[in-house]
Design a protein around this ligand. Structure first.
Ligand code: UDX
Length: 451
């Protein structure tokens, strides 16, 4: 795709990300893509999880107070924190826009994360155009709405479900694949879902997904939607240059370690993504499962992702000595570069949507072990529909050892590798001129100009 910067357009796009890594990354990628299309970009963000402006010299960053206390941030109440941000940021955001000159206001168009409702409400109040960015899969949206309906019909789903029965009208999802949220009361979760998928005031939906993965689901979503949907993903592949939006410093020493490993031998493990955490017992199972597989592994242990410890203090005694150079542990990896490395043969992922797209984009098959929410839906699609990943049922060392060996060493893993490579090719085709994501992006640009 030709991404040379296009002539300047008069519109200033004000982007409002939701302050979690998996939401900030696609929003900044979108900002970079739209900058290359000639728009000026301002990102209005919370102080909590501020992006690093130095990594994005073409973007103007405006921090706003979010009112979250240290205790809020330490809590696992993500839904509660999102509600607090929506409550606390509305007036400040409105004042920011009202301070712009009338000419500047005339040029503004707001693009907000689908759950940053406050930005959409302010846009509506000030009669400014706005669009929504959805950062999860289309299948997740359908499943979230279904989850709320099932609960209304009397199914008690508040604690999640382990049932393998298929959910009516949601094939191939089973009850256990429904996107239960983390540590929120079902009522609070349902409120966010109803607000998110009910009537919105924005003029369009931008979606980090693509027809080659989710054609039928996207058609269904478009039929239900009163506004146009622009599936322009995968955003990480259409950004004109590599940008890092990591909130944690990437440890690049793992690349020289990877350089020394045999071709397609390494299992890259990022089993908690940017939010989830595991217990000491679960981590011990992962550690011994990896050690017993006898395959080299690169393991991201995010600080705080093992409950009750700062970093790796609670890893089982003797584990690191027993694996020696076969294992490499980092706090945070340059994930896209790792996935693109020839030594990497598989990705154990929690199946966050960004990680799923990045794995497909590099043609790497997966071990799918979701933690919560949309990850369950993505994991089901990766293992059952696209057949590019193994589903890991239990965090149990024997099962982990077998899964790693099946993925890296056996024909089953090779077949998945072939299938994911085909999907990778489709991704590459879709972002080329004359194909769906490319066309959607150009239509989006024209749409924004027409507002
Ligand atoms: C959650 C949801 O599950 C996800 O689907 C939603 O869209 C955002 O919030 P998260 O845990 O952030 O997900 O995972 P994911 O969406 O995969 O995003 C994580 C990002 O962090 C990826 O872009 C990945 O490349 C990056 N990452 C992760 C690193 O750069 N280094 C690491 O070591 C680990």
């Amino acid at each position: 795709m030709n991404m040379a910067k296009q002539p300047e357009r008069s519109r200033r796009l004000v982007l409002v990300p939701c302050p979690f890594q998996g939401h900030i990354t696609p929003m900044l990628q979108l900002g970079t893509v739209l900058y290359s299309k000639g728009f000026s970009i301002t990102v209005v963000h919370t102080i909590y999880n501020s992006p690093n402006p130095k990594n994005h010299p073409d973007i103007i960053f405006v921090p706003i107070a979010d009112g979250l206390s240290d205790q809020d941030i330490r809590s696992w109440d993500l839904v509660g924190n999102v509600a607090a941000i929506n409550e606390n940021c509305k007036d400040i955001f409105q004042r920011f826009l009202q301070k712009l000159s009338p000419v500047e206001q005339e040029q503004v168009c707001i693009i907000c994360d689908e759950i940053m409702f406050f930005a959409e409400a302010v846009a509506d109040h000030l009669k400014l155009p706005s669009l929504i960015l959805r950062t999860t899969s289309a299948a997740t949206c359908l499943a979230r709405s279904a989850l709320v309906k099932l609960n209304e019909q009397g199914h008690d789903l508040s604690q999640g479900s382990v049932s393998r029965d298929l959910v009516p009208e949601l094939h191939p999802l089973r009850f256990k694949d429904l996107p239960f949220s983390l540590a929120a009361s079902f009522g609070k979760f349902a409120k966010v879902v109803n607000k998110g998928y009910g009537k919105r005031t924005s003029s369009a939906i931008i979606w980090n997904t693509m027809k080659c993965l989710e054609e039928l689901t996207l058609e269904q979503m478009q039929q239900r939607s009163e506004v146009p949907i622009f599936p322009i993903g995968p955003l990480h592949m259409i950004v004109p240059f590599n940008i890092s939006s990591s909130l944690i410093t990437e440890d690049r020493t793992c690349i020289s370690w990877l350089d020394k490993q045999p071709h397609k031998s390494v299992i890259y493990v990022s089993s908690s993504g940017s939010i989830a955490a595991l217990t000491e017992k679960e981590v011990a199972e992962i550690a011994w499962g990896l050690a017993n597989s006898n395959q080299p592994f690169l393991w991201v242990v995010r600080p705080g992702s093992i409950r009750g410890s700062d970093w790796i203090e609670l890893l089982p005694k003797g584990f690191q000595d027993s694996v020696g150079d076969k294992g490499f542990i980092v706090r945070w990896a340059p994930q896209r570069e790792v996935l693109a490395h020839p030594a990497v043969g598989g990705f154990w992922s929690h199946c966050g949507w960004n990680s799923t797209l990045e794995s497909i984009g590099e043609g790497v098959p997966m071990i799918c072990k979701p933690c919560f929410g949309d990850q369950r839906v993505n994991a089901r699609y990766a293992s059952y529909v696209w057949k590019i990943g193994l589903e890991l049922e239990e965090l149990e060392r024997g099962e982990i050892e077998r899964a790693v060996r099946r993925l890296i060493l056996e024909n089953e893993g090779n077949d998945m590798r072939e299938r994911v490579k085909e999907l990778k090719k489709k991704f590459q085709d879709r972002i080329r001129q004359g194909n769906s994501s490319y066309d959607s992006l150009n239509e989006l640009v024209n749409f924004i100009v027409s507002l």
